[in-house]
Design a protein. Structure first.
Length: 441
């Protein structure tokens, strides 16, 4: 026979009485616990968190009594008092009354969520997460967007206009701000993000409008439009709002809405809870990395230009494109998303300049060339409808194989060549130069 569960009413009271005795002695010993924890925390806290050996040569009496050591030691010494206080609260709590633990959990989440909305707390969180998130990575890129920390350059006191370079790591690594500012009397700023896809453009347009650009420059390729098979919550969550989530939901067919119901629950939570919206940064900083992984980025080949995404080389790019570039139910959604972005710029009297995308010529074997042709035709029609400038065909500078560092990104020579071409087109559109077909390859 199985033993019966003991349900005597006195067991709970007896256990509580024992715990009260234990906590009484621990509370009496808390000053000694505090004093003992000070050197232990000072010596071993950082080595445990960052997985580093103890540097015995740097140990000093002054260092033992740092503010950090005192605070952590006080927190440890207060645990017996908290335990004893919880026993007192438990004595007042009767089964069947309010669910105190559940309510306290909700209050805790609410307080943390509210704290992250405060400017000073948010700044501290962003800086704290930035140095503990892998570099380069998408998660780290978004932290610079949170700070509105964008690289910019101008060589004139009174710029003719402000130009925003918006796009993925391809745009970021293929444009030279110093050269652009030298060749034009304009101010340039890079508003770029690794893996910047068409669905993200309307989600980030308000942040771009905050920068008050006069011209927005984009560089779009077929791999931007022909890859999603589901709503990319990982790319959208950190910038989610109720308005953008609702608009994206409205663009999907009933079947797509049902298939992506989990994704929209995720985005709805992110739209209303800052803590959920920043969960990738919390995961990267707390649950995934306990030590500083912020390290110098490895640019493609021998380049000193910062990168947003790690280079996978030409073979890696061909493999990735062959696996991901295909016709999916989200192709039309991607074009509709970019249309909303272009419409928002037009409504705010901002000029849009879009360049036909280019990849390393060796990547063309990875997918059907009809994808490139379709993107070119649809963007041309969209430019006529919304009256933005689309540079393609014979008017486009064609980059060669030796202009690329990998399948997607240009090398130093290609970056200089492409930057000169972009500067020439901007000067042409601004009336500084007569229109010409293209520059020499």
């Amino acid at each position: 026979d199985l033993p019966l569960e003991r349900v005597e009413h006195g067991l709970r009271d007896a256990q509580r009485a024992r715990e009260l005795v234990w906590t009484l002695w621990l509370c009496r010993l808390s000053p000694l616990i505090f004093l003992a924890c000070i050197p232990l925390v000072s010596l071993f806290l950082v080595p445990l968190l960052f997985l580093k050996p103890v540097e015995w040569g740097s140990v000093s009496l002054v260092g033992l009594f740092s503010v950090k050591s005192l605070v952590v030691a006080a927190a440890v010494a207060s645990l017996p008092w908290i335990w004893r206080l919880s026993l007192g609260v438990e004595g007042l709590h009767q089964i069947g009354s309010w669910p105190i633990a559940f309510i306290m959990a909700l209050v805790g989440i609410g307080l943390m969520n509210g704290a992250l909305t405060q400017p000073r707390a948010r700044w501290f969180f962003v800086e704290w997460a930035k140095v503990r998130t892998a570099n380069p990575s998408f998660a780290r890129n978004t932290l610079f967007w949170e700070r509105r920390d964008f690289p910019s350059e101008t060589f004139t006191k009174f710029p003719r206009q402000s130009v925003a370079l918006v796009g993925s790591s391809q745009m970021y690594q293929s444009t030279d701000l110093d050269l652009l500012a030298e060749l034009t009397p304009d101010e340039f700023e890079k508003n770029c993000l690794a893996g910047f896809g068409p669905m993200q453009y309307p989600w980030l347009v308000d942040r771009i409008l905050e920068r008050k650009p006069d011209v927005v420059v984009c560089w779009l390729s077929e791999f931007d439009f022909y890859r999603e098979t589901a709503v990319p919550t990982g790319r959208l969550r950190w910038a989610a709002t109720n308005e953008q989530t609702y608009e994206l939901f409205g663009e999907l067919s009933p079947r797509q809405r049902w298939e992506n119901r989990g994704e929209f629950v995720d985005l709805t939570l992110a739209s209303n809870l800052t803590l959920w919206r920043q969960r990738e940064h919390v995961r990267q900083s707390l649950l995934n990395y306990w030590w500083n992984l912020s390290r110098p980025a490895n640019a493609a080949q021998n380049s000193e230009v910062d990168v947003l995404a790690q280079s996978v080389g030409l073979e890696g790019a061909i493999k990735s494109l062959s696996e991901n570039v295909r016709r999916t139910p989200f192709v039309d959604i991607n074009f509709a998303s970019f249309r909303r972005f272009a419409q928002k710029l037009s409504d705010n009297d901002i000029k849009l300049l879009v360049f036909e995308g280019q990849l390393h010529p060796g990547t063309h074997v990875a997918y059907d060339a009809a994808f490139h042709q379709e993107v070119d035709e649809r963007l041309l029609l969209l430019s006529d409808e919304l009256n933005f400038q689309y540079v393609s065909g014979d008017a486009l500078l064609r980059l060669q194989a030796d202009d690329f560092a990998d399948g997607y990104h240009t090398n130093d020579a290609g970056r200089e060549k492409w930057s000169r071409f972009v500067a020439e087109v901007i000067n042409q559109l601004s009336g500084e130069q007569p229109l010409s077909a293209t520059v020499a390859n």
